[in-house]
Design a protein around this ligand. Structure first.
Ligand code: SAM
Length: 171
């Protein structure tokens, strides 16, 4: 099971990017997202509405104390940060441990220093600043050997892939 922990959500400022972190986690094979920072029921409800419509088993949770989440997590803990070790150097080792549950931590604004010491690996997806959405997507995609999840059980709607049209089918 893969859980994503999104640190430091700010209501209003981060709504869009935090919900994109959740959608990216779901698309690329995570099972659950935990938000910390400011509680934002509206953002979480709109994410849950998308999940209800597009299917899949994906949990959305809020936890005020991210330290407890990291500390009590039983499994492999990875923090994505531009300051970490190269993903390309570490991904094979991490893949070997995927029978363990995995916690993937991403930040928003400055990540508290202690997080770096609470995890098993600090991993850089490149060593340039970019985005938690990009870092998470690329990391999970690589972990899954480039396989993109297509089946989302219980969906109400699905896309009919098309060369030049927006087609959806109601199920
Ligand atoms: C806007 S960045 C903030 C970067 C900030 N300098 C910090 O304290 O890490 C937000 C989040 O995106 C992720 N991120 C950005 N660039 C990354 C990279 N090159 N590799 C891995 N994660 C990255 C990290 O999780 C980071 O906390």
């Amino acid at each position: 099971m893969i859980t994503v922990l999104r640190l430091g959500h700010r209501r209003g400022r981060d709504d869009r990017i935090s919900s994109h972190v959740g959608l990216t986690a779901r698309q690329f094979g995570a099972d659950k997202i935990i938000y910390s920072g400011e509680k934002d029921s509206k953002m979480m409800e709109s994410l849950e509405d998308v999940i209800d419509r597009w299917g899949g088993f994906f949990e959305v949770e809020y936890r005020i104390d991210f330290r407890k989440v990291i500390k009590n997590f039983e499994g492999l803990k990875i923090h994505l940060t531009m300051y970490g070790e190269s993903m390309n150097d570490k991904i094979d080792d991490i893949r070997l441990k995927t029978e363990e549950d995995l916690l993937v931590v991403v930040g928003s604004q400055k990540v508290p220093r202690e997080v770096y010491d609470m995890v098993d690996h600090n991993i850089g997806v490149g060593h340039q600043p970019h985005s938690e959405v990009a870092a998470l997507g690329v990391f999970l995609y690589s972990l899954n050997d480039g396989e993109i999840k297509e089946k989302f059980e219980g969906a109400e709607v699905k896309v009919e892939p098309s060369r030049n049209q927006k087609l959806t089918r109601t199920l």
